[in-house]
Design a binder for this molecule. Structure first.
Ligand code: DC
Length: 228
């Protein structure tokens, strides 16, 4: 079975996909981590991000893999643990031009489909239901209002999980800064020519602003049972 979860940054995709993978025994495919790893590889090599051909060559050359763990999965870029290095504000910015590059997307989609061929997956990203796995049995478009998304990211950056802890708070100026960046990324992701962020026609829309992780996971598990 393929479960596709698309949506904007901070909508809760990662937390929900992780919970479904654990509960239902599916492989977790975090495609955002792949674009982030490609951006990191370019920065490490000193490649100018507007040099589309060299950026694409880097994306074709790198090997990204995931090692499942109890709490979170480890992301390996050519064998090196980059799990934390890909979650910095610098990468948040660098990933936008890298993920808008059609040749980069082609290379990443090939790797994503190869992982999908190995068995059941829950994949999260922006183009899973539209491009990567258009035949996915379950397609979800997960959204949340920008304020809720910014708070979740700010708490996450401090090591917490606002989706699990309703009382979690974060520094207001950090939340405002993250919200501005989320809005900038949503705009860039939704308006780019190559595989823009948009719901598949047959995707089920879920707004997670006022829902707990368990509620969202419950809805998706029910969809999975109905699709079997
Ligand atoms: O989900 P995330 O924030 O880790 O994703 C990082 C960036 O990668 C995001 O700005 C959009 C891009 N992305 C994409 O274009 N297509 C995907 N399938 C996943 C992520």
């Amino acid at each position: 079975m393929k479960v596709a979860i698309d949506g904007p940054a901070g909508s809760g995709k990662s937390t929900v996909a992780k919970a479904i993978a654990k509960r239902c025994g599916l492989t977790l495919l975090d495609t955002g981590a792949m674009y982030r790893s490609a951006a990191l590889a370019c920065l490490k090599r000193g490649v100018a991000l507007d040099d589309a051909e060299t950026v694409a060559a880097v994306a074709r050359e790198i090997k990204i893999s995931f090692v499942p763990g109890e709490d979170r999965q480890t992301v390996l870029l050519d064998g090196e643990d980059v799990t934390d290095a890909i979650r910095t504000p610098e990468i948040d910015k660098a990933v936008t031009p890298v993920s808008a590059n059609p040749a980069v997307r082609e290379a990443m989609v090939l790797q994503q489909r190869a992982i999908g061929e190995q068995g059941d997956v829950v994949a999260e990203g922006r183009d899973i239901g539209t491009v990567v796995f258009p035949d996915a049995e379950v397609k979800v478009f997960l959204t949340a209002d920008p304020a809720a998304r910014a708070l979740r990211r700010a708490v996450q950056r401090d090591g917490g999980d606002a989706a699990k802890d309703a009382t979690a708070t974060a520094d207001q100026s950090a939340v405002a800064e993250i919200m501005a960046d989320l809005i900038r990324r949503d705009e860039a992701d939704s308006t780019r020519a190559a595989s823009p962020l948009k719901p598949a026609e047959d995707a089920v829309h879920i707004d997670s602003s006022d829902k707990t992780v368990d509620e969202v996971v419950g809805l998706i598990v029910k969809m999975m049972e109905e699709a079997r």
